[in-house]
Design a protein around this ligand. Structure first.
Ligand SMILES: [Zn+2]
Length: 258
């Protein structure tokens, strides 16, 4: 029997090639640590892999979707393929999807179109969405409002508290990762402090964004505890309470059976 899960990593990329050398070993460690992982897809291939991981490991759940970076590569049949994948009960959200005006790896018009189509899919399937947003909060808000999608996560949130209000009104959640532990992230910690606790989740976004003291190295879900510790300090409550609150929020958002 598995140990009782205590933490939910709301956003990870265990399908990433950074884990190709030791993925199974790492998954066993995550299982032993009692951490549940919601793995995000970035394109069709990684969405398929994400679902394969979720089928093989009961504590892993999958999101399927096309990331704004990959939007320009989405071929005409991608919505059909995502629909097929999303029928699996281990798929808990459409993601990660959104807009990235920082890198602009795909033209903005293409990013918007691919984002809108996947929101429509999420609405049709009654699934929440996992949103990647970089320097595009007002467009993301406008498109989300139009879409009618009522539930989702703004992962790795870096906006202000003021900007968060509209998303709170929409019914959205926010997740924080390793950046919360960075020395210069005082503003981000203030945002985390100001948000209602019942709308906050924790994530690693691994293999990226390792928390202090591992900054710059490959991240993985076993390091989620450093984010939890940071949030416990910010909220002035225990790590166990942060674990419980963020786990319950993840269960509520994704409908996890744990
Ligand atoms: Zn991500």
């Amino acid at each position: 029997m598995n140990p009782v899960p205590v933490l939910v990593d709301a956003h990870a990329h265990l399908d990433d090639e950074a884990f190709d050398g030791d993925r199974s070993e790492l998954l066993r460690q995550i299982q032993k640590a009692g951490i549940i992982v919601v793995n995000a897809g970035s394109d069709l291939e990684s969405s398929r892999f994400s679902l394969e991981l979720a089928r093989n490991w009961d504590f892993v759940y999958a999101c399927v979707g096309v990331h704004p970076h990959e939007a320009k590569k989405a071929h005409p049949g991608y919505i059909g393929e995502l629909t097929e994948l999303a029928r699996d009960p281990k798929v808990v959200a459409i993601g990660e999807i959104g807009l990235d005006y920082h890198y602009d790896f795909s033209p903005r018009e293409v990013q918007k179109e691919v984002f809108e189509k996947q929101l429509l899919l999420a609405k049709d399937l009654g699934l929440p969405v996992v949103v990647h947003c970089r320097e595009a909060l007002s467009d993301v808000l406008e498109i989300l409002k139009k879409s009618g999608v009522k539930k989702g996560l703004l992962h790795c949130y870096t906006g202000t508290l003021n900007e968060a209000r509209d998303f709170l009104d929409l019914g959205f959640y926010f997740s924080f990762g390793g950046m919360l532990t960075f020395k210069k992230a005082e503003d981000l910690r203030k945002v985390a402090k100001g948000l209602p606790k019942e709308r906050v989740l924790v994530e690693t976004d691994c293999p990226y964004l390792s928390p202090e003291p591992f900054r710059g190295r490959r991240n993985d879900p076993t390091r989620l505890v450093y984010v939890v510790r940071s949030l416990a300090g910010i909220w002035g409550i225990s790590e166990e309470e942060v674990a419980e609150i963020t786990r319950n929020n993840a269960i509520e958002l994704f409908g996890l059976e744990c």
